[in-house]
Design a protein around this ligand. Structure first.
Ligand code: GLA
Length: 389
């Protein structure tokens, strides 16, 4: 039996009673629009069927007990007015959510027993951290009738990432996890936070996810540095033009002002950002018209820009995309998420899944000396209550 279906039983073995509640939140992939959420741009993520399951019960011990099927380190934290991050461990994410909820609404956490299980490969760019944040926030909001709307929950989880965990990430991951809908993509304007849910009909193609199996955490990556480099580009531009975000510029307008950016690295970053934003606009049109061939071309262009201008790809992701370019039954591929390893996605013609997996595995192994993992994923739903007892 799959672990997710055994979680209730595992909870009972651990805590001695049947959990009072069971919840789920998905992970996400981003189809296109990378590293532009923190520049006020457009992104196109969707939720996937992999995710995080959470069983919860109330205890009278005045402690929060956090444990996970995926990790050995469980903790018991006494109730207190505010919590602090301790080390890099997984439980900082749910603890950060509890902390943020206590600070932002009139609520004090009571004794709780929590057991998590996730089947999103950790550190792979599929938002395992946003998934655990959102499932915790969503669950506590429901259990204690906190009345927080979904967008506010998303913002709260982003705050956890930014202030508690210390990564200056944008809002895309938490938004995608919370607002994802089956077989649909989200087009999110990260400046206004207006979004549209669009049908993601891939026709004769499936969405393949290829994990490089090169793990990384954003906290120790150069993610924050990239955010700062974009800010630097913006500051140069603001000396002469009125602008809040890089993505307010179209590629044409950017061409008129790019000479203002005096730092070469900042200029490269800004060039990616502006053009990637335009690509999302085109990609949305192509998806709506069912023009997957041109959608795929934009994916390749996005990858190239992330490799050359944003410099967040790397040998592992490039090896996968190179293979895809030469493989007849893939029409587009790119890295997804922050980069530095993690996952790539590919539009793969249906019926070729086994062949693709076989030849890509060999190719990747020959180049890297270890294997990639290949999944054919469904676009899944957002967070939900599975059961209450
Ligand atoms: C990570 C961050 C997101 C986004 C992507 C890159 O997933 O959490 O906010 O910046 O990287 O697009």
């Amino acid at each position: 039996m799959e672990t997710k279906n055994q979680l209730k039983q595992l909870f009972q073995e651990k805590y001695g009673y049947i959990p009072h509640y069971e919840f789920f939140a998905p992970g996400r992939v981003n189809l296109i629009g990378e590293h532009i959420d923190y520049n006020g741009g457009l992104v196109m993520p969707c939720a996937i069927s992999m995710g995080t399951w959470l069983c919860i019960g109330k205890n009278d011990d005045n402690v929060i007990k956090l444990s996970s099927v995926n990790f050995d380190d469980a903790v018991e934290v006494p109730l207190q007015r505010s919590f602090e991050k301790t080390g890099p461990e997984w439980f900082n994410y749910p603890l950060g959510v509890i902390n943020e909820l206590q600070q932002s609404v009139d609520w004090q956490c009571k004794g709780l027993d929590l057991l998590f299980y996730g089947n999103i490969p950790i550190g792979s760019g599929l938002s395992s951290s946003a998934s655990i944040e959102v499932v915790t926030a969503f669950a506590l909001n429901q259990i204690y009738n906190l009345g927080i709307d979904k967008l506010s929950l998303v913002k709260l989880c982003k705050k956890v990432e930014n202030h508690f965990i210390g990564v200056n990430s944008g809002i895309m991951d938490q938004f995608a996890v919370a607002f994802g809908e089956k077989d649909s993509a989200i087009i999110l304007n990260c400046d206004t936070l207006k979004h549209k849910i669009i049908a993601c009909d891939l026709g004769d193609y499936s969405l393949a996810i290829i994990n490089t199996n090169k793990k990384r955490t954003l906290a120790d990556s150069k993610y924050n540095q990239l955010v700062a480099e974009c800010q630097e580009a913006l500051t140069y531009l603001q000396q002469e033009i009125n602008l809040n975000h890089l993505c307010e510029l179209t590629a044409e307008k950017f061409a008129l002002h790019q000479h203002l950016i005096k730092d070469e690295t900042a200029l490269k970053r800004a060039t990616h950002v502006v053009k990637e934003n335009d690509r999302v606009v085109s990609a949305a049109k192509m998806l709506a018209q069912g023009d997957l061939t041109n959608f795929g071309k934009l994916m390749y262009a996005s990858h190239q820009s992330l490799k050359e201008l944003y410099e967040v790809s790397g040998k592992e992701l490039d090896t996968i995309v190179e293979f895809c370019i030469g493989y007849e039954h893939v029409i587009g591929a790119r890295m997804t998420g922050a980069g530095f390893g993690g996952c790539a996605i590919a539009l793969l013609q249906k019926g070729w899944e086994e062949d693709f997996a076989k030849y890509l595995s060999e190719y990747y192994f020959n180049e890297m000396g270890y294997y990639a993992t290949i999944y054919v994923e469904e676009i899944g739903d957002g967070p939900k209550v599975i059961n209450t007892h």
